[in-house]
Design a protein around this ligand. Structure first.
Ligand SMILES: [Zn+2]
Length: 335
């Protein structure tokens, strides 16, 4: 009979191996809003940050340091960082596409800058006009600039199209792993894997994370899943089983996929929080407050398609919403 308990060496598919705490980084203000055609007023974004914080969220990606002419929706990022930094214990991240954006992030006072790298050569050329290896070189320049500044801002690299791409289709796992090593060598403090276009299934997620973890160790500490084809939650769970405890999500599942009109964007923050809480994993989130905020965001984004399921049905009577806040977790300890 003991063979049953030892058959699963990794313990990864054993529910009891699930972590007790997890972090949901709210990326609705960046990944969500950037693909929504209307510009949310800064006052609404400030209220969103404040109320997400009050609902217990402790990591928020507030915007992106890209030229305002490219993404006018995110032109107020510096102001949002300044406000978010007044909230004690909030980890504030911003997306930066290049060294120029990184310099603004360093000045801004943000805690973390997220640099996207596309594992797909074709996607990288189309979106950044650089090959993935040129992006690796840019990451090394950003690391040098960060170190020279003396500012303790962390560098996170997010691998977009890690599970496939709408332009080139298949993205080889070996290429993702090669670039992962290169990015770590270039000086990334931490890395995450993203299913930008919703091509991943749970087996793909588990396989890639299991191969990437021996390379990156605790520096691999984020899963970013889009729900384009309904796989988002299953993919979160698959990553969770490999030991990942930090996930990007958008309130109301906003965002989307430019190549699949009407398709949902990131997994919905409230749904991920519910799944984790239902399994006994603390995220520190207060559902009443988060759902109240969702209602406001829905008002602010009238006419836009929202997603997620918890808002329709509410919490089940069998679930006791966790009252205990998540223990303060540093980024380093969040792997
Ligand atoms: Zn995304």
């Amino acid at each position: 009979m003991t063979s049953h308990t030892t058959a699963n060496d990794s313990g990864a598919s054993n529910a009891y191996a699930l972590p007790r705490h997890a972090i949901i980084r709210e990326v609705g203000l960046r990944d969500g809003l950037q693909s929504i055609p209307i510009t949310m007023p800064t006052a609404h974004k400030l209220a969103w940050i404040q109320e997400a914080y009050e609902a217990g969220q402790r990591e928020i990606e507030v915007g992106s340091f890209v030229p305002a002419r490219l993404l006018p929706q995110l032109a107020d990022t510096a102001e949002l960082v300044a406000y978010a930094k007044t909230l004690p214990g909030l980890v504030v991240s911003v997306l930066v596409p290049n060294l120029k954006g990184a310099e603004r992030a360093i000045e801004s006072g943000a805690d973390l800058m997220l640099i996207p790298i596309s594992a797909s050569h074709a996607h990288s050329l189309a979106n950044l006009r650089k090959t993935p290896d040129e992006v690796v070189q840019e990451i090394a320049r950003i690391r040098a600039a960060r170190d020279a500044s003396g500012v303790p801002i962390r560098i996170e690299v997010g691998f977009s199209t890690a599970f496939g791409c709408t332009i080139q289709g298949q993205v080889a796992e070996s290429e993702v792993l090669r670039l992962l090593q290169a990015v770590l060598d270039a000086g990334a403090d931490c890395v995450g894997l993203a299913d930008t276009v919703g091509y991943a299934d749970p087996h793909m997620v588990r396989r890639l994370f299991e191969q990437a973890l021996p390379i990156a160790g605790e520096r691999l500490n984020c899963g970013h899943f889009h729900d384009t084809r309904g796989m988002g939650m299953a993919n979160v769970y698959a990553a969770l089983q490999t030991g990942i405890t930090r996930f990007d999500a958008c309130l109301a599942g906003i965002g989307g996929c430019p190549h699949a009109p009407g398709a949902s964007g990131n997994v919905a923050s409230e749904d991920v929080a519910y799944m984790l809480a239902s399994m006994g994993i603390q995220t520190g989130i207060d559902f009443d407050k988060l759902m109240a905020l969702r209602g406001k965001v829905a008002d602010w984004l009238q006419g836009q398609t929202l997603h997620g399921t918890l808002w329709r049905a509410g919490l089940p009577k069998t679930m006791q919403a966790p009252a205990i806040p998540a223990t303060p977790t540093t980024l380093a300890a969040s792997a």
